[in-house]
Write a protein that binds this ligand. Structure first.
Ligand code: ADP
Ligand code: MG
Length: 251
């Protein structure tokens, strides 16, 4: 089943087509990698999916619903979570508090519940703590729960961002360079984490430069160049695509 579909998706900034005419179908539960040189439009594409940018043209359909131009606070409720290329964490807060922030999306409490500390509010706080701790365990960083986010290693920060996204209970996660700035050794562990996300039935789209990671991880690859689709296919198809080799892999 197709969970996400874009049709002729485009975004212009002034005279620049950052994304142009991208049509992609993403299968539920699959791992799709988006690759391409710097400035190819990968982050812009994610911003169009999650509603951070409004498309100039085209459509986005998620679980059969047209979500084109839907604002980020609504797409996340709808089940699309993203991480950012440069990790956005609350630096003074602990790792656990950062992941708890993801729970706000699922809150059913009103301001009154929170202020009056009603039974509903207390129940929800307990549930949120349990979910956040479970996601920290899943991400392999429960031992860092009470450390300030600014003080944990880069890899732990990257995993915290993933746990925060998962705490929103997404159906689709968009991971923008999740393994950037971490060591080769840590990258293998990160690939395992991404596989484990997909094994939960959560669809994964990721932007990544580490080709060995992409080739072993992705079910489907989209290659962007100057905002346009250069190629798409399985890792084997992409690896042997002359245009891709020339434009990207051969560098
Ligand atoms: P990638 O993530 O593939 O490196 P981006 O999506 O960040 O590429 O950028 C694609 C192009 O769009 C680049 O030329 C970039 O400078 C431009 N761009 C991205 N965001 C904006 C913006 N908010 N305003 C103007 N230009 C932008
Ligand atoms: Mg980018």
């Amino acid at each position: 089943m197709t969970i996400l579909r874009t049709e002729g998706l485009g975004k212009r900034f002034g005279g620049l087509d950052a994304v142009k005419d991208v049509s992609l179908a993403v299968e539920e539960g699959s791992i799709t990698a988006i690759i391409g040189p710097n400035g190819a439009g990968k982050s812009t594409f994610f911003n169009l999916l999650a509603g951070y940018y409004t498309p100039t043209s085209g459509r986005v359909t998620f679980e059969g619903e047209d979500i084109t131009g839907m604002a980020p606070h609504r797409t996340v409720k709808r089940g699309i979570a993203r991480t950012f290329q440069t990790t956005h964490l609350f630096e003074e807060a602990t790792v656990l508090e950062n992941v708890l922030a993801g729970r706000v999306v699922r809150s059913r409490s009103t301001v009154f519940d929170a202020v009056l500390h009603t039974p509903r509010n207390r129940r929800e706080e307990k549930e949120n703590l349990a979910v956040a701790m479970a996601e920290l365990e899943f991400a392999g960083i429960a031992g860092f729960a009470h450390e300030p986010a600014a003080e944990v290693p880069q890899e732990v920060q990257k995993r915290t961002a993933v746990a925060l996204a998962l705490a929103t209970e997404p159906r689709l996660v968009l991971l923008d360079e999740p393994a950037a700035g971490i060591t080769e050794e840590e990258t293998a562990g990160f690939a395992d984490l991404i596989r484990a996300i997909a094994a939960r039935g959560i669809t994964v789209c990721l932007v990544e430069h580490k080709m060995s990671m992409i080739m072993s991880l992705a079910d489907h690859i989209l290659v962007l160049e100057r905002g346009r689709m250069l190629a798409e296919g399985t890792p084997a198809q992409i690896r042997s695509d002359e245009r891709v080799i020339e434009a990207y892999l051969g560098r």
